[in-house]
Design a protein around this ligand. Sequence first.
Ligand code: NDP
Length: 429
Amino acid sequence: MKRNVLIIGAGGVAHVVAHKCAQNNALLGDIHIASRTLAKCQAIIASIGEKGSLQQPGVLRAHALDAMDVAATSRLIRETGSRIVINVGSPFLNMSVLAACIESGAAYLDTAIHEDPRKVCETPPWYANYEWKRRAACKQAGVTAVLGAGFDPGVVNAYARYALDHCFDKIESLDIIDVNAGSHGRYFATNFDPEINFREFVATVWSWENSAWKANAMFERRKEWDLPVVGKHTTYLTGHDEIHSLSQNLGIPDIRFWMGFSEHYINVFTVLKRLGLLSEQPVRTARGQEVVPLEVVKAVLPDPASLAPGYSGQTCIGDLVKGTKDGQAREVLLYNLCDHRASFEEVGSQAISYTAGVPAVAAAMLIAEGTWDIGEMANVEELDPAPFIARMNRMGLVTRIRDARGDRILDPAQDAAFAPEKRLSAAAR
Ligand code: NDP
């Protein structure tokens, strides 16, 4: 059994990860939080104390760390005896934290694809430019590395695999839909790191159609969906991490990612972009100072974690899957609803951070108990989704399924979803 966890980063997602690790420290052991700014790690530890999140008395410690420094990171992993590293710092850190895990033998988890600060919307499949180059090294060292274990990427990858294994003989299309029907009451803010958020949308939108990469411009293709509870929402085709792995791993011909945006978001985004303020390339000011416009915009926007106290409404994120089963056309929606206020009451965070943080801890627990401790690198869809979904159901992130038979909680242990129907169709034949 692997125990003791090192959390890298002390932002919105790390806050949730730390609380959920604390709620499960009987299995996960000592919890260490390391980030650039020590005070942010200490604030998270203080909030764990205030909420009484620790399942049992245990170690909770803050560390200052520059996670770009591989030697310093692997030293901290060894000193803390950490066997699992949950990397929820900036995605610029992935390759150095992964290197430290390979060097020290700890398991690695992250929630976003690696990014090079000077490049945006990279050529597909993006994972092949970075993480997948370390596959052989992970295998040789026997290091478990689970990539993209947040909600999207993460849970939506598991839903796709679940649909393939349990709901369909053949999948024709997978539309991943991400709608935040919440309201934070600010003039403008992003729900996670603004720099990373904008970088997703400033250049080519890649999707997988007819088993090939297709390029579109941002906000070029829109679609309205009628979703459970949150209702009708307009979404736009967006490039996203999970398309880069799902397209290579599951053999589904059409995979698209749709994200909901308000008209207000699009207006502000468009103005910032047209002024050049979303550029990742440095510019020089009249005083001779070199600045990256995108970093300046991040510095003036609200910290996403600060949105949590006044946030209301829900997120709805899921996979709409179409295909055939026993020769019949079928459509299934696998999804989750997450309430901003309930997330705040439980751990002091908004729902976007909550939906990203809970899966990372569920994955860490599966590694700790051995179920997902595979000793090599994998994207989430390469692992058995059933224990992941079942564990999240018990951790506050409940999976629902909507199909021809109605809308219900998906309990993979029972798997009532399709087995009875399978028997019926066999009897009918
Ligand atoms: P934040 O910007 O709030 O937090 C990032 C943290 O990383 C900060 O605490 C920052 O430290 C720390 N950090 C940055 N550089 C370094 C460094 N060199 N060394 C050590 N620490 C560093 O981001 P979020 O919490 O919103 O997001 C965290 C991750 O989760 C991102 O990768 C994001 O893309 C991903 N994400 C994934 C989602 C999913 O569903 N899969 C959804 C939402 C986010 P400091 O504050 O001191 O600068």
